[in-house]
Design a protein around this ligand. Structure first.
Ligand SMILES: *Cc1c(COP(=O)(O)O)cnc(C)c1O
Length: 218
């Protein structure tokens, strides 16, 4: 199946409340252009240098999403390229994004990455850490917190995956109710990848991030 055929299939499954971000990491410009020509404008990258290069050479109406772990010293490479940074996973990173945004007199849209998987390695705040840091995070004037992001465990058992997405949705609801009830932009739940996006949609995802399901294996 071609890239555009994959996109058509996935689009049919998306409810109007869920956006598709095509994860184009490691994929060449031709592949991205095929997706672009079939109408997609939102692409996700997880390496600063790669996003920077692609943003410089590909059409300027593409909206780039930064979805990977971001080191503080790389923030300046992507701050004016990324429309949304999905992966704030520490106070230190949030402060650096805020600082770089303020130097440029901009406000950067960001999501808080929350650890929901069983694996130790996946990045993100625990819900206890979020509660501890939320006042500080909210006080940063040059970042706008638009919601949460999470990655489920890489397992075949769908019950476990569903449970993790439910946890992320509850965390979103808790934060919305207690800290962002007056915020119009706090509305995104970025969850769901190629293997689990159908479950994520059922559990309330507003953004799915799909790579291999569109572009094939990396
Ligand atoms: C690579 C990646 C994806 C896409 O994964 P696929 O399984 O290829 O769909 C989604 N989110 C993040 C954070 C990623 O790093």
């Amino acid at each position: 199946m071609t890239i555009s055929a994959h996109i058509e299939e996935i689009k049919k499954e998306l409810p109007p409340s869920t956006r598709l971000v095509a994860v184009s990491k490691f994929k060449p410009a031709e592949d991205i252009m095929e997706a672009y020509n079939s109408g997609l404008r939102e692409f996700g990258e997880n390496r600063p240098q790669e996003m920077q290069m692609k943003a410089q050479t590909l059409p300027s109406d593409i909206k780039w999403h930064f979805i990977g772990h971001l080191q503080t010293n790389k923030v300046k490479m992507i701050i004016d390229k990324a429309c949304l940074i999905h992966s704030i996973d520490s106070v230190k990173l949030a402060q650096e994004i805020d600082r770089q945004a303020s130097l440029r007199s901009i406000t950067k849209d960001c999501l808080l990455q929350i650890h929901i998987a069983m694996e130790e390695t996946k990045q993100g705040f625990t819900s206890a850490e979020i509660r501890e840091s939320i006042d500080l995070l909210k006080s940063l004037k040059n970042i706008r917190i638009c919601g949460v992001m999470g990655m489920a465990s890489y397992v075949s058992e769908t019950g476990q995956i569903r449970k993790e997405f439910t946890t992320l949705k509850s965390e979103f609801d808790f934060l919305k109710e207690n800290f962002f009830s007056d915020s119009e932009c706090f509305k995104e739940i970025s969850m769901g990848m190629s293997g689990d996006y159908r479950i994520a949609i059922e559990e309330g995802s507003t953004i799915v991030r799909i790579g291999t399901g569109i572009f094939g294996v990396r």
